[in-house]
Design a protein around this ligand. Structure first.
Ligand SMILES: [Zn+2]
Length: 267
C-alpha cells in the first residue's frame, strides 16, 4: 500500500502536472485554499449576466456566460465570488474517491477496493472485495468503467426479462451518470439508467428498472402505471423510501480524492 501510494504521487507529479498547469492557466481550475475546483463554462444566450452554479454531484462550479461575456470575465467573476463557492462546497457531503482501501456498496453490500498492481486482468469482484489490477493512477477510472459494465449487464438482463412479462420490447439500454434522476424512458423504447444504481441494494435497482419498463406501456404516473409497477417488482414503497433517504449518498462515490500538489492560482 505504502509503495503504491508513493508510486502514485511520483507518477502524478511526473505526468499530468503540465496538463494541470495548462488547465489552471486557461482558467479551468479555481484554486481555493488547498482545493482545486474545476470550472465548467457554459454559454447561454438567454442569460443576462454571469451566473455561478454548483454541480452537486460532480463537485464542479458551472460558470454560465451570457453571449457577450468571455471566459476570462467568467473566471474573474468566479474568483471574486470565491467565498460563496467555498460556503457552498463546505455544505456538500464529502466525496468518496475510488481509491485503494475505500469501501464501496456494490449492490448495497460493502466491498473494499483492493489494488493488485501485479495481478493480471482488469477489475474483478471476489470474496466481498473489488480487485483492481494495473497502475494505481488508473484505478479510479477502472473501477468506474467496471461499474458501468456491470450496470449494463445487470440492468439489461432485468429490463429485458420484465419487458417480456408485459409483452414489450426494450430497444436499447443505456448507462449514464445523470445528476437528478435515476433513469429515463424514451417513447421509442430506449431506457437509460444511472450506473450509480449498482451501489444501491438489489430491490432498489429492481424497482427503478420496473418503473421504466412500466413506462413502455404507460407513459404517465397514473393509477394504472403504478399497478403495473407493482406487478413487476415487489418492494415499491420500500425502494422509493430508500432512494429518498439515501439517493444523494450515491453521488458521493467516485468524487474527490485528488490531493492538491504545490500549485496555486494567481488571479
Ligand atoms: Zn416515471
Amino acid at each position: 500500500m505504502a509503495r503504491a501510494r508513493k508510486r502514485s504521487t511520483a507518477a502524478r507529479r511526473r505526468r499530468p502536472l503540465r496538463r494541470r498547469l495548462k488547465r489552471l492557466a486557461q482558467g479551468q481550475i479555481l484554486a481555493l485554499d488547498d482545493r482545486r475546483i474545476p470550472l465548467i463554462y457554459k454559454k447561454n444566450s438567454l442569460a443576462h449576466r454571469i451566473i455561478l452554479r454548483l454541480d452537486q454531484s460532480a463537485g464542479n462550479i458551472v460558470v454560465v456566460l451570457p453571449r457577450r461575456a468571455s471566459r476570462a470575465q467568467g473566471r474573474r467573476f468566479a474568483y471574486t465570488n470565491r467565498s460563496w463557492i467555498r460556503e457552498r462546497l463546505n455544505l456538500l457531503p464529502e466525496g468518496i474517491p475510488f481509491a485503494p482501501g475505500k469501501l464501496l456498496p456494490f449492490l448495497g453490500e460493502p466491498h473494499r477496493i483492493r489494488h493488485r498492481p501485479k495481478a493480471r486482468g482488469v477489475v474483478w469482484c471476489a470474496d466481498g472485495e473489488i480487485h483492481v489490477a494495473g497502475r494505481v493512477e488508473h484505478l479510479a477510472r477502472r473501477v468506474e468503467d467496471w461499474l458501468k459494465l456491470e450496470a449494463r449487464r445487470e440492468i439489461a438482463e432485468v429490463a429485458h426479462a420484465k419487458a417480456a412479462l408485459i409483452g414489450k420490447l426494450v430497444k436499447r439500454v443505456r448507462i449514464r451518470d445523470p445528476k437528478t434522476r435515476w433513469a429515463s424512458c424514451s417513447g421509442s423504447g430506449e431506457l437509460a439508467f444511472s450506473w450509480r444504481l449498482m451501489l444501491a441494494p438489489k430491490f432498489v435497482l429492481d424497482y427503478v428498472v420496473a418503473h421504466e419498463v412500466a413506462h413502455l406501456r404507460e407513459m404517465n404516473h397514473g393509477p394504472r402505471f403504478w399497478r403495473l409497477v407493482a406487478e413487476l417488482t415487489r418492494d415499491v414503497k420500500k425502494a422509493r423510501a430508500w432512494l429518498a433517504d439515501h439517493g444523494l449518498e450515491l453521488h458521493r462515490y467516485g468524487r474527490g480524492g485528488q490531493p492538491a500538489p504545490s500549485e496555486s492560482a494567481t488571479a
